[in-house]
Design a protein around this ligand. Structure first.
Ligand SMILES: C[S@@+](CC[C@H](N)C(=O)[O-])C[C@H]1O[C@@H](n2cnc3c(N)ncnc32)[C@H](O)[C@@H]1O
Length: 293
């Protein structure tokens, strides 16, 4: 299945092609690289030349934003009841992966329909907290947000405040995901929902090396140890290119469904609709397990 994030009002993917995407974040238009968008862009589409900022890759790795006009350092966009800070970072990110809204909607719906349960949710590689806020706003009793980068956790706290969720129980933790999950096991803590959006490569706070293909199975095994026997969901998202969603299907079948046969799985691709043409931009893959009611 392809899940398309098509419920945004404040975010629009205007066009994509020639290795770039053109996006509107509230009223600001950004143009930045996208390795999947290898088809030709529509050169006659005038907005390509009217972007407010363009990210240029440098040949030595990394890159930088070229500002066509003075932009605020940050601004906000809304998704339903949530408000997020957007800011063009040195690493071409903006602080939001808008395609993740499909996962926020799925988890949010599940949490809302099981509001009578005291649900503890664990968000790994939690970044600026899109999923954390979606789960909390939907009514999770507690959300634990884990990311290695202090700056990202601070940004997530700003998103909590912008979204008016200061009174909700959200724990923000700067830690390596594997170490944190193993520590939770020793403490005997369990979670009713676990979600992870691991990068292809990453580093823990003490420089711990994370590489999807060598670490993912160990991490899932550790997560299964702390997945509550009455768990509601387990979600893995990945944008590691080269992995088919069938890989996640096989992981779900061999690791999660065998331990939690009282549920069902769904896997597929995540995409954003390209507004100017009838196209989709692929943004990664998802694998979901949910308890049967
Ligand atoms: C690009 S983000 C994931 C996107 C996020 N789930 C979202 O949709 O908002 C990857 C995050 O993983 C974090 N990270 C990488 N390696 C890590 C590790 N070993 N332990 C904890 N966090 C890690 C990074 O700091 C980064 O914030």
């Amino acid at each position: 299945m392809v899940k398309t994030a098509d419920r945004w009002n404040d975010y629009r993917l205007l066009d994509a092609g020639d290795g770039e995407k053109l996006e509107q974040w509230d009223n600001i238009v950004l143009r930045r690289p996208d390795p999947q968008a290898i088809w030709p862009r529509d050169k006659s589409f005038a907005l390509w030349n009217r972007a407010d900022a363009v990210y240029h890759r440098s040949s030595s790795g990394g890159g930088k934003w070229e500002y066509k006009k003075k932009l605020p350092e940050s601004w906000t966009i809304r998704y339903d009841s949530l408000t997020f800070k957007v800011s063009p970072t040195g690493f071409k990110h903006t602080g939001i992966f808008p395609e993740q809204a499909v996962n926020w909607d799925w988890m949010g719906d599940l949490i809302r329909t099981h509001k009578d349960e005291e649900l503890r949710i664990l968000n790994l590689f939690a970044y600026t907290g899109g999923a954390t806020m979606a789960c909390s706003a939907a009514g999770a009793a507690e959300v634990v947000h884990v990311d290695a980068a202090k700056g990202m956790v601070k940004w997530a706290q700003e998103n909590r405040d912008l979204s008016g969720l200061q009174d909700r129980r959200i724990r923000f933790i700067v830690d390596d995901v594997q170490k944190f999950v193993e520590r939770e096991k020793r403490r005997g803590r369990t979670y009713h929902g676990i979600l992870m959006d691991p990068p292809s490569y990453g580093r823990g706070p003490d420089g711990e090396m994370w590489k999807f293909e060598t670490e993912i199975i160990k991490l899932i095994n550790a997560c299964l140890d702390i997945l509550d026997e009455h768990a509601l969901f387990f979600l893995i998202n990945s944008y590691t290119t080269g992995f088919s969603s069938i890989v996640l299907e096989d992981i779900m079948k061999t690791m999660i469904l065998t331990e939690h046969p009282d549920g069902r799985i769904d896997t597929g691709e995540v995409a954003l609709p390209i507004e100017h043409r009838n196209l989709l931009l692929p943004c990664g893959i998802y694998g979901r397990w949910q308890r049967n009611d």
